[in-house]
Design a protein around this ligand. Sequence first.
Ligand SMILES: Nc1ncnc2c1ncn2[C@@H]1O[C@H](COP(=O)(O)OP(=O)(O)OP(=O)(O)O)[C@@H](O)[C@H]1O
Ligand SMILES: [Mg+2]
Length: 277
Amino acid sequence: MEAVKQQIQAREEPVVPTSGSTRAAGQRGEIVIAGLGKVYESKKSRFAALSDIDLSIGSNEFVTVVGPSGCGKSTLLRIVAGLDEQTDGSVTLDGNEVIGPGAERGMVFQGYTLFPWLTVRENIEYGPKLQGISTLERRAISNYFLKVIKLESFAAAYPKQLSGGMKQRVAIARALANRPKVLLMDEPFGALDAQTKLDMQEMLLEVWEKEKTTVLFITHDIEEAIFLSQRIVVMGANPGRILKTFDVKLPAQRTPEVREMPAFLALRRELGQLLKH
Ligand SMILES: Nc1ncnc2c1ncn2[C@@H]1O[C@H](COP(=O)(O)OP(=O)(O)OP(=O)(O)O)[C@@H](O)[C@H]1O
Ligand SMILES: [Mg+2]
């Protein structure tokens, strides 16, 4: 009990100094997707992109969705983001139905563009500025995230002066600077080189642990899915549906050695076989 209490206290302690935080105490970032369906319909065709998706994601859980191209992963994420509308079922966040985008859900999509006319620091401070957070406090927030993404020396640089990996790190920082309860990520590291990708995965886990964010992450990369998540959802196509869910039984602390563990390798094999069929 004491341990649970300590955990709850730790969760409510803000890591970033913000009085205007969008994350109120007691709100957890729990997502419940129930009976979700999406049909794309035109005069000539009818396509079931998603059918009967049931998925509950707990507070501070890290869930990854994998599946073949076209199985509806991005459609699912866009509906949770409130950028697209389902034709069946519902999505709730902490009991409230999702009916549009909101600051409590941060998004990072592949090729996510930064504001080119703003510096790295201004990009990170953009969300907090919209929320009316004071200059001083915004500075504290951007300092914190510049440090986390290891781009302190690029604070005054413009996006065009950054590499792809750097831009992606700023995009993540910008999403996190709003202190969202939920982080929705659609193949955010897909275009990065192998080493940057590994660095980014570790950085994401670090931030996830510190910020206690709930993460819904999409990837094509099975190893990335296993390394990052607590649970992996495998989707199939025609119609887009959930085939199977796996609990990732690996140590909570995901050090590079985790990738060599028998449980990691066994899950990699199992997922590989499932996705081949
Ligand atoms: N606006 C749209 N109109 C009609 N069909 C669409 C639309 N958007 C997506 N689709 C279809 O819905 C299906 C799911 O698309 P979605 O982008 O969600 O797949 P995905 O799993 O993210 O694929 P990938 O791994 O290639 O990114 C695809 O068959 C796609 O053609
Ligand atoms: Mg997609």
